[in-house]
Design a protein around this ligand. Structure first.
Ligand SMILES: Cc1cc2nc3c(=O)[nH]c(=O)nc-3n(C[C@H](O)[C@H](O)[C@H](O)COP(=O)(O)OP(=O)(O)OC[C@H]3O[C@@H](n4cnc5c(N)ncnc54)[C@H](O)[C@@H]3O)c2cc1C
Length: 367
């Protein structure tokens, strides 16, 4: 019996999980490895922090999805891949043999100089749920200072949703957003202005072009600026692909992403596939956003089946769209929608994002 291992279940593996019965019917044994029973949908992460969403609205029960469809679920974390011997090695030492491997291991938040026990990486998304509960309970007792480092879409959404938490609390919540560059560098000037106005009008301190020199226990030292004191801080300074591939003997890009061809197949090893933030798409580097991970899902599923020799399928190329819709949740019931040169802000934008996100959840939450 052929062994297919799905290493990690993020957005790119959801379609394969949903279609597991087709694999088992074809006589393939499927093993899914994930650190926990749930995969959280990042698009709803900032709203999970502020309480717009309950945890069960934002997550997929990947253990149930696997077991209900005839796969085996292993709770564990991939340490590395021994590609020459076709084995996956888990951090607890367990070793799993594969005939075909698909990786959807996501990304890791980049480290900042220094350290603090109060610095929380924005990934995994579960962190945001725990932090939101912690902030709510602490604001019942005393004021709180929360800093967000990094003002890309994740940092801006976090700051906006922190302001939402503060707006209904017994004690004040001071929110400081710190950015090395300007806000939202991949967006237009209008989107930037709208985000900045929303955050400042609602009371956030926004520090742009400030480089973090050192994160200390409860203070962030900046290059050439006053230090920022905090009780809790979020690291949203950027991401790099999962670190699993570098020691694996598989080809990686400069930032450590698994190099794949147009079929989402490793460029040097035809039995290894991958999708989402953990890959480097050789035909054209892609932004690391959920949109691509989700769109790769059906191609990955088909190509895994094709690689197993199923239904005489041929490999299908993933053709990424050149532009994608982006909508930011500002945390006050409003959003900023950016599509090509169009930028809209207001309640409609958040309503639209919320509808898309909820529809996505409904599509895959079915057991
Ligand atoms: C706060 C926030 C908000 C965002 N909002 C949006 C948005 O609105 N729209 C958008 O397009 N993008 C958004 N993004 C970006 C988006 O999160 C990523 O691009 C997307 O999650 C990539 O999907 P993925 O499946 O590759 O990885 P992930 O969603 O990170 O999934 C990877 C999975 O692999 C598992 N895993 C990780 N390491 C291991 C290991 N060693 N062994 C086993 N399993 C492992 C993890 O538990 C996880 O379940 C946001 C990011 C953040 C941080």
């Amino acid at each position: 019996m052929k062994q297919l291992i799905l290493a990690g279940v993020g957005h790119a593996h959801l379609m394969t999980l949903r279609n597991l019965p087709a694999f088992t019917r074809a006589g393939v044994s499927v093993t899914v490895v994930a650190p926990g029973d749930f995969h959280y949908y990042s698009g709803m992460g900032p709203g999970l922090l502020s309480g717009i969403y309950r945890p069960e609205e934002t997550r997929f029960d990947v253990r149930k999805m696997t077991e209900a469809r005839g796969g085996s679920f292993i709770q564990g974390t991939v340490d590395r891949i021994d590609a020459p011997n076709r084995r996956v090695i888990l951090t607890d030492g367990r070793t799993l043999a594969y005939d075909l491997l698909s990786c959807n291991l996501g990304s890791e938040v980049i480290g900042l100089p220094g350290a603090s026990p109060h610095l929380i990486p924005v990934k995994p998304i579960e962190n945001l749920h725990r932090a939101g509960a912690d902030i709510r309970s602490r604001l019942k007792e005393a004021p709180l200072r929360v800093a967000v480092i990094g003002a890309g879409p994740a940092g801006v959404e976090l700051a906006g949703n922190l302001l939402r938490l503060g707006a209904s609390a017994a004690h004040p919540l001071a929110v400081t957003l710190i950015s090395r560059d300007n806000l939202l560098m991949r967006y237009s000037a209008r989107a930037r202005r709208l985000a900045l106005a929303s955050l400042r009008q609602r009371g956030a301190t926004v520090l742009v072009r400030q480089i973090v020199r050192q994160v200390e226990a409860s203070r962030i030292a900046l290059e050439g600026g006053d230090p920022v004191a905090f009780d809790m801080a979020f690291n949203a300074a950027g991401i790099v692909p999962s670190s699993v591939f570098r020691p694996s003997g598989l080809p990686v890009s400069q930032d450590g992403g698994l190099r794949v061809n147009q079929y989402l197949q490793c460029v040097s090893d035809p039995v290894v596939f991958g999708g989402g933030d953990c890959i480097h798409f050789d035909p054209r580097p892609l932004d690391r956003v959920g949109v691509y991970a989700v769109r790769q899902g059906p191609v990955l599923c088909r190509n895994l089946m094709a690689a197993l020799g199923g239904k005489s399928l041929s490999l299908e190329a993933f053709e990424p769209q050149s532009r994608y819709l982006s909508i930011l949740n500002l945390g006050d019931g409003r959003g900023i929608l950016a599509w090509r040169s169009l930028v809209l802000s207001g309640r409609f934008a958040f309503w639209f994002k919320d509808s898309i996100d909820r529809a996505f959840m409904r599509r895959f939450q079915k057991e």
